[in-house]
Design a protein around this ligand. Structure first.
Ligand code: MG
Length: 338
């Protein structure tokens, strides 16, 4: 089994602003696993605030020796061994996980949604994300989001009312809010959520800093809207801790080391009666299509990452009328663009 990787910089269509930073590119690492004449594709997308970089990913991937494993189908053996090579590095680990899943699906001639026994018609609609911006830009982006059935808006600074009012001046489309840990006072957060509940908002993602667990639990008891964990839930073990503090979890392949663990997290979340959202970073269609394979299992999808970049090297799962649309292509369902 050969593992190849090369750095790739994602160029964003618009500068992306969230509660604590702004950027115009996302560093990524594209990965290939080749064996028996079949190539599986994977990707690590690494927004800088999460701590990984092209250098750390390359250093980690150099530790991965797939020749130690006789059979690429044995994910239960291979992926825990890769996870154990070093702590962290979740995006680099996800890149290998995705490439191996792609390889296996291609070898079997089946897409992963079929291998998992899922009905592609049950894939949810996906939201279109609008970052923190001026009223004028927010209105323009809201018009751009017209085909989508849900708009996701980034809040968490002192412009929250302006952001929502700008969107509402253009459309009545339901909104989901991501505060990205931006609200630190629980009483003020509650007031804000009570107002948002009157504005056609569906749920609130990560209202408070992940360290403020008790405040978040207090908020959840009083909140008229469901609270969804993002920064508070990275890996499988975090799902249990979200129980009683949040109403649901936002899973991302780049946080949780890939498809295998994401599938386990969905199963655990369901057992704990938590809602499940499937999110993404700015990513190429490689990682987005991989995540889309799981989407028939979740309540909400936020898989617009590939739409936010100008230089997508892959063609994969598409969004038709804002709905995640899975193809019969094997593996994670991507082909490389010429
Ligand atoms: Mg989020």
């Amino acid at each position: 089994m050969k593992l190849r990787f090369h750095p790739y910089t994602l160029e964003l269509r618009h500068a992306f602003n969230i509660a604590n930073h702004s950027r115009t590119t996302t560093p990524a690492m594209l990965v290939e696993v080749e064996h028996d004449g079949v190539i599986g594709y994977g990707e690590a997308a690494m927004p800088p605030y999460l701590g990984e970089s092209q250098d750390t990913a390359a250093a980690f991937l150099r530790l991965v020796d797939l020749n130690r494993f006789a059979d690429p189908f044995r994910l239960e053996e291979i992926l825990p061994a890769i996870d154990a090579l070093a702590p962290g590095n979740t995006a680099a680990k996800a890149a290998v996980d995705i490439a191996l899943h792609d390889w296996i699906g291609k070898k079997l001639g089946a897409p992963w949604h079929r291998i998992w026994g899922l009905d592609p018609a049950k894939a949810p609609v996906t939201s279109f994300t609008i970052g923190l911006d001026t009223a004028e830009v927010v209105r323009a982006k809201t018009r751009e989001a017209a085909p989508y059935k849900i708009i996701k808006v980034k809040l968490g600074r002192d412009t929250d009312h302006m952001m929502i009012e700008s969107i509402r001046s253009v459309t009545n489309t339901p909104i989901t809010v991501d505060a990205n840990q931006g609200w630190t006072d629980r009483s003020e957060a509650l007031k804000k959520i009570e107002w948002l509940a009157t504005q056609g908002v569906v749920f609130i993602e990560q209202p408070m800093p992940k360290e403020q667990r008790d405040d978040t639990a207090w908020l959840r008891e009083r909140s008229p809207l469901p609270l969804i964990a993002d920064e508070s839930v990275q890996r499988l073990a975090d799902v249990r801790k979200a129980h009683g503090v949040f109403d649901g979890v936002n899973l991302k392949l780049m946080k949780c080391t890939g498809l295998r663990e994401a599938h386990q997290m969905i199963t655990l979340a369901r057992a704990l009666d938590l809602k499940v959202m499937l999110g993404c970073m700015t990513e190429t269609s490689c990682a987005i299509s991989a995540a889309a394979q799981l989407s028939p299992l979740v309540d909400w999808a936020d898989l617009d990452g590939a739409l936010l970049i100008k230089n997508d090297p892959f063609d994969g799962a598409t969004l038709v009328d804002g709905k995640v649309t899975l193809s019969d292509r094997p593996g994670i369902g991507v082909v490389k663009r010429p």
